[in-house]
Structures are given as structure tokens and as C-alpha cells.
Design a protein around this ligand. Structure first.
Ligand code: ADP
Ligand code: MG
Length: 352
């Protein structure tokens, strides 16, 4: 089990990670998902033992490895974890074999055992034919495989990944995603994977922690986040396309959306309404609950049409079974259902 208890990290008086608590079982694939600057790398560096928490604890298999309250931690090399960065940082003067062998040498393994283990992980990552090459003689994607092979060679119980695929092109990224999941299953290690890419998170994770401004906004299985987003932030951060959030404000005896009276009744005077993309419709004529907007983008994914429209500051995306009769640039009417898919307070907290 991997456990974080009230983990906090400040740099000077700037908090980067605030009171994070969660636990995942052995063998889990935990994804820390959030925008740039939300504290993901800081969290991962604390897990690796590269950063001492300001407060709180980290436990691997029930043993405290970092204790911010006592300002004490287990050395990075002694905590049975392996870290893969976005930039691969291979040793340029060593061959692929030499790079993967290095951590085993440091760990004091015998030559025969090392050779066997290096061959094994090179085969696992399908790079055995590159063993005698130097990093500058292989592609970026291959370098990333070597970096991963080097990390898993000593069989760490916890694998840590900091946006490891973001330097790869789109096709390679999708390939490596599958590859990493296969590897994770094969090693049985617990993985903690940091990304700002919600599709990566949704496809790879057993558990997702959505991080915003150093705090966990929601922790759950990928499907939980889709089915029941706990905050407006989560609702707009996950899902393909993400959910639409629309402010509904009191106006006299009724309510308004985007400055237009709307037949909709929120639980509070001012609220945020969530509409899933497939709850919206696109029409050429006005409807009972519609907003006039400009159609700005139409695309097709997997046989369905995604249409985005703008008006004022509001941007709405609908997913439709068939392409709309309108073209990009046309004025359309985006239809809202009578009841939104969820309500949030103006601060983004979910209202049951
Ligand atoms: N060594 C550091 N010194 C001061 N501030 C830092 C340091 N490392 C990170 N921060 C700050 O902490 C916050 C979180 O950063 P980081 O963990 O790198 O976010 P992420 O990986 O999600 O982009 C940012 O505001 C960043 O500027
Ligand atoms: Mg980072």
C-alpha cells in the first residue's frame, strides 16, 4: 500500500502542495492529474525522496519513508522507488546496455545476475537489438524506452513517472501508453504517474487524483470522475470533450443564462450549471431554452460530431449523432435541456 497523510510542501511561504491525503493498494496505477503549476512534480519528488515535506507523512507498505513533522526521510536510493522524468537524461558515454546496467552495478549485483536482468528488461521493452548503441545513435522514443528500462531494472516496488511521454509525438505517445500499462502489469509495481493530459489519465489509471492549486479536488476511479465530478474544476478538466459549465444568475423573478432569461430553476440564486456535451443540441431556429451563438468549430470523432459555439465569454461544446445543418461561422441556437446534469455553487462546489 502507498499512503500519503496530510502531506504539505511550501517553498518559503508559498504552498505548492497542501494537505494531501490518499492511499492506493499495491499494484495500483495512480495518476496525479492537473494543470501546469498545480504541484504534481513537487508531490512526485516527495515520493522519490528528493524533497522533504514541510508536514505530513508518506508510507510505503506501512513504513514511513518521509516524515515532514519530524523533518526526516529515507534516502532516495534506499526507498525502493524508481523515477522516470520527461527528459530522459541517459548517460551519453554509455551504451544502452551500460545505461541499464548502471543502477544494478550501484546496487552491488554480480555480473552474471546483472547480464541476465539487463537482457530481460531490454527484451521487455523490445530494445535488445539496440544494446550496443549509444544514446545519440537512437531515436527519442527509443531513448525513452531505455530510460524506462533503466528505471525498472532494479525492480522498484514503486514506479514514479513525471510526464514521461510529453516529449514524444502523438502516435508514439499512444503506443508508449499501452506499453507502459503492459509493463506495469508485468512488474506488479505500484505506479504513480503525473500528467496534465486527461486522456492519458483516463486510459491508464486505476485511481486518479485531480490536483488543483496544491490540493486534491477529487480522488477516485476514472469512471467516478466522469459520472460524478465533485467540482466544476473537475467537470471541465475531464471527459472527451469536457463538460460545459454555465453560470445561471438571478434576474428579477427568474433566472438568466448569458444575459438571456431562461426557463431553468437553480437550487441557489446564483449557480453554475453543468451540461454534458451530449445533453446539448444545435439548431438553426430558436427553441424554448436556447442561446444564440456563433458556430466556431465542427469535427468528427469516431462517427460522432463535436460542435463548438461561442457567444460573449461563453464557449459550449456539443456532441451530436449527426453533423449540424449549419456551417462554421453561422449563427446557431444551442439548446439546453430543462434540467442540467449537475449544479455547483459559484465557487465550484458540487450541490448534491
Ligand atoms: N524549488 C522550488 N522553489 C520554489 N518554488 C517552487 C519550487 N518547485 C516548485 N515550486 C513552485 O511550486 C508550485 C508547484 O510546482 P510543480 O510541482 O512543479 O507543479 P507542476 O509539476 O504541477 O507543474 C509552482 O508554483 C512552482 O513555481
Ligand atoms: Mg511538473
Amino acid at each position: 500500500m502507498l499512503e500519503l497523510k496530510n502531506l504539505t510542501k511550501s517553498f518559503g511561504d508559498v504552498p505548492a502542495v497542501r494537505d494531501v491525503s490518499l492511499s492506493v493498494p499495491d499494484g495500483a496505477f495512480l495518476v496525479l492529474l492537473g494543470p501546469s503549476g498545480c504541484g504534481k512534480t513537487t508531490l512526485l519528488r516527495m515520493l522519490a525522496g528528493l524533497e522533504l515535506p514541510t508536514a505530513g507523512q508518506i508510507l510505503f507498505e506501512g513504513n514511513v519513508v518521509s516524515d515532514g513533522d519530524r523533518q526526516w526521510q529515507v534516502d532516495p536510493a534506499k526507498r525502493n522507488s524508481g523515477l522516470v522524468f520527461q527528459s530522459y537524461a541517459l548517460w551519453p558515454h554509455m551504451t544502452v546496455r551500460g545505461n541499464v546496467d548502471w543502477p544494478l552495478k550501484v546496487a552491488g549485483l554480480e555480473t552474471a545476475a546483472r547480464t541476465q536482468r539487463v537482457d530481460e528488461v531490454l527484451a521487455m521493452l523490445e530494445i535488445n537489438q539496440l544494446a550496443e548503441r549509444y544514446p545519440n545513435e537512437i531515436s527519442g522514443g527509443q531513448q525513452q524506452r531505455v530510460a524506462i528500462a533503466r528505471t525498472i531494472a532494479p525492480k522498484p516496488g514503486v514506479l514514479l513517472f513525471d510526464e514521461p511521454l510529453s516529449n514524444l509525438d502523438a502516435k508514439l505517445r499512444v503506443e508508449m501508453r499501452t506499453e507502459l500499462m503492459r509493463l506495469h502489469r508485468a512488474t506488479g509495481a505500484t505506479a504513480v504517474y503525473v500528467t496534465h493530459d486527461q486522456i492519458e489519465a483516463m486510459t491508464m489509471a486505476t485511481h486518479v487524483a485531480v490536483v488543483n492549486k496544491g490540493r486534491i479536488e477529487q480522488f477516485g476511479a476514472p469512471q467516478d470522475l466522469i459520472d460524478h465530478p465533485a467540482s466544476a474544476f473537475v467537470a471541465t478538466f475531464v471527459g472527451t470533450p469536457p463538460n460545459n459549465i454555465v453560470p445561471v444568475v438571478r434576474s428579477g423573478a427568474g433566472w438568466q443564462v448569458a444575459g438571456r432569461p431562461m426557463d431553468i430553476t437553480p437550487p441557489l440564486d446564483d449557480c453554475l450549471a453543468m451540461f454534458r456535451a451530449d445533453s446539448l443540441s444545435v439548431a438553426l431556429t430558436e427553441g424554448p431554452r436556447s442561446l444564440p451563438m456563433e458556430l466556431v468549430e465542427v469535427s468528427t470523432i469516431a462517427g460522432r460530431t463535436m460542435a463548438t459555439a461561442l457567444a460573449g465569454g461563453l464557449r459550449l461544446t456539443a456532441v451530436l449523432d449527426r453533423p449540424p445543418a449549419a456551417r462554421v461561422g453561422d449563427r446557431v441556437h444551442i439548446g439546453l435541456p430543462p434540467v442540467p446534469d449537475a449544479w455547483f455553487t459559484p465557487y465550484g462546489e458540487r450541490i448534491a
